[in-house]
Design a protein around this ligand. Structure first.
Ligand SMILES: Cc1cc2nc3c(=O)[nH]c(=O)nc-3n(C[C@H](O)[C@H](O)[C@H](O)COP(=O)(O)OP(=O)(O)OC[C@H]3O[C@@H](n4cnc5c(N)ncnc54)[C@H](O)[C@@H]3O)c2cc1C
Length: 381
């Protein structure tokens, strides 16, 4: 009997790939190993769980058992793949060898926690998976004062969500403004003004020197020497790709698991997908490229080698007080902006040195311009 396709991971990448394979082939054997419970859930929902008063159970779309049954897969939950032997075409789990015909690493990424001193650093929470939310939810429910490390997209969304659910929130970031790598000052400042009016405190240009438990709560001492007493600290300081398994198994790794346009790694029959993968030098940790990658990879795995094609893609920032959508390059590689602003919000076009439009941002009442602007951008791949 032919060995199954083995997929490591049960996140969006893995489950999109399985659904895509099953649209064409209902029978080919698929085995999944995952460190998680294996439930099917929508990770972006973690950005509004507090306002919606949802528990981790509310986010489950299909239980692990139901997903496995519906998609005819063998699922090993709470199971770590420890090693890959690419010559023998087997993966090792608790020293047992499982043969594969094709292997897909969809091992995702973990939240980066900046280095700092103090006796409370082990209390830092992260919200990058259902499992992490499950273990943090009671603590976060009880907490009134929360410090968020990082004012990037995820940190900003989480800060707004916590604040809307009635918590006091402080955000600490070494940059000078919100989402500094994707928002020009004009838009970042408008969003910051709204969030400040809602009571969120921003500590820009700062890092945390130490976190120490005191009788009144966790005391965060910043590089600016300011201090904040809080009940919980959440890190949203960016992602680190989960590539330890790939690295120790001899696959080429850079910022992420290096793959070509067919998602193939440096080793035959092994592929990389999702937040762990680096395609053309870039890690794209969001849903649209992962979905398109999964669809292309499904065809390749079923015998029809298919290159990944990526159009210009839309990013929606889930900040309900000031909705924002953007596409292309909006800060890096931008030489000038053209701004159209009125009482309804703004649209900003970004141009490179050659005066070509390379990106755009629209806010609030300007949303209907997003798709025409997106169509005017060049493809990614
Ligand atoms: C709060 C939040 C909001 C977001 N909002 C948006 C949004 O609005 N729009 C958007 O496009 N994107 C958003 N994203 C990003 C998006 O959710 C991710 O890019 C996507 O879910 C990543 O899926 P993945 O399958 O690559 O990785 P993951 O979901 O991280 O899955 C990785 C899997 O690998 C498993 N694993 C790792 N190592 C091993 C091992 N050795 N053995 C076995 N299993 C292993 C893990 O257990 C896990 O199941 C958001 C992310 C967060 C955290």
């Amino acid at each position: 009997m032919k060995a199954p396709i083995i997929i490591i991971g049960s996140g969006f990448g893995s489950y999109q790939l399985i659904k895509s394979i099953r649209r064409t082939d209902k029978q080919i054997a698929i085995t999944v190993f995952t460190l998680d419970q294996g439930h099917d859930y929508n990770k972006p929902d973690l950005s509004h769980v507090f306002t919606n008063q949802q528990s981790s159970a509310d986010l489950i779309r299909l239980s692990a058992e139901a997903f496995a049954l519906e998609n005819n897969i063998t699922l090993h939950a709470f199971t770590e793949v420890e090693h890959i032997d690419s010559e023998q075409q087997v993966v090792f789990v608790k020293s047992v060898a499982y043969p594969y015909s094709k292997l897909v690493l969809a091992t995702g990424a973990k939240t980066f926690i900046p280095p700092m001193l103090g006796n409370a650093t082990d209390k830092i929470l992260t919200l990058n998976s259902l499992r992490e939310f499950e273990s943090a939810q009671l603590q976060l429910q009880k907490a009134q004062r929360i410090l968020v490390i990082g004012a990037g997209l995820i940190g900003t969304e989480i800060a707004m969500d916590l604040n809307r659910s009635g918590k006091s929130v402080v955000v600490v970031d070494p940059n000078k403004s919100l989402m500094a790598t994707i928002l020009p000052d004009l838009v970042a400042n408008a969003l910051q003004k709204k969030m400040t009016e809602e009571g969120i405190i921003f500590e820009f240009g700062s890092t945390i020197n130490s976190l120490n438990q005191t009788d009144q709560g966790i005391c965060a001492t910043l590089s600016s020497a300011n201090t904040h007493l809080v009940d919980c600290v959440i890190s949203a300081a960016g992602l680190k790709t989960n590539v330890a398994l790939a690295k120790k198994s001899g696959l080429k790794v850079n910022k992420g698991l290096v793959v070509n346009q067919q998602l193939q790694t440096s080793v035959q029959h092994i592929y990389g997908l999702g937040d762990c993968a680096e395609i053309n030098g870039t890690v794209m940790a969001y849903l649209q490229p992962i979905m398109l990658s999964a669809n292309a990879l499904a065809k390749t795995l079923l015998g029809q080698p298919t290159d990944l094609k990526l159009p210009a893609m839309l990013i929606k920032i889930k900040t309900p007080q000031m909705p924002i959508q953007l596409g292309g390059n909006t800060v890096i590689g931008v030489a000038s902006w053209q701004v159209d602003i009125d009482t309804q919000g703004c649209s900003v076009k970004a141009y490179n040195e050659q005066k070509e439009m390379v990106g755009f941002i629209v806010t609030e009442g300007h949303m209907k311009k997003a798709f025409p602007l997106l169509r005017a951008l060049p493809a990614n791949l």
